[in-house]
Design a protein around this ligand. Structure first.
Ligand SMILES: C[S@@+](CC[C@H](N)C(=O)[O-])C[C@H]1O[C@@H](n2cnc3c(N)ncnc32)[C@H](O)[C@@H]1O
Length: 208
């Protein structure tokens, strides 16, 4: 019989990955190993996939909101929250980026392992949306950058994963222009790209 899911292990926990859902990879683990959550934090996991980052965050956070455009991912993430005993701390929404969120919902930490690969045309499946970044790899990243700050508390932190193929420096400049203290926190070398984790803290003062 064909199994309709895989199983992935990380940090002593087990996660199932449904067909059509992104399987945790180097980019996921880059973010996971730098995921510092304080007790009581409110965390937003954008593009949750199988929910691995949401579940890890929920081990300390008081509340996690996990969102994904892929309905299979949202079902899968809910299953993994249940499996790992943190279902009561996580809400799930199937949506396009932050479109349905209420402005008053504020977070201490926002994480996004973004789709960042340059590709022509349109994504042909839910799974392809996991890496599809449009012609320059920045389509989803730039839409996200337009709105995420409305949901981050002053002093809060963004952890964003993207690739050297989709202009990391441009993202850093945009974040600094928005009043963020942005730096490259960690990288993972792959054979054709450098996967980069950007950490950006929202400064309490307006940029000049
Ligand atoms: C690289 S995968 C990361 C999955 C998971 N967070 C991980 O690290 O393994 C990117 C995820 O973003 C989701 N995604 C892509 N475009 C999105 C959008 N416009 N709004 C919400 N989620 C999106 C994809 O469906 C996919 O699950």
């Amino acid at each position: 019989m064909t199994r309709l899911f895989k199983e992935v292990f990380y940090g002593g926990l087990s996660f199932i990955v449904f067909d059509g859902v992104y399987e945790p990879a180097e980019d996921t683990f880059l973010l996971a190993r730098n995921l510092s959550v304080s007790f009581g934090d409110r965390v937003l996991d954008v593009g949750t996939g199988c929910g691995i980052l949401a579940v890890l965050a929920a081990l300390k956070a008081s509340y996690v909101l996990a969102i994904d455009i892929n309905p299979h991912a949202v079902r899968c993430a809910r299953e993994n929250a249940h499996r790992n005993g943190v279902l009561d701390k996580i809400d799930f929404i199937c949506c396009n980026l932050l479109s349905p969120l209420r402005r008053r919902q504020m977070f201490d930490l926002i994480v996004f392992n973004a789709p960042y690969l340059p590709e022509e045309g349109e994504p042909r499946s839910w799974l392809e949306r996991a890496w599809y970044g449009g012609v320059d790899g920045r389509k989803v990243i730039e839409s996200f950058l337009e709105s995420f700050s409305d949901y981050l508390k002053p002093g809060g932190r963004l952890l964003l994963v993207q690739s050297s193929l989709s202009d990391v420096e441009k993202t850093m400049l945009m974040l600094r222009g928005m009043g963020y203290d942005a730096k490259v926190a960690d990288v993972a070398e792959s054979f054709f790209e450098t996967i980069t984790l950007i950490s950006a803290i929202k400064l309490d003062v307006e940029p000049h």
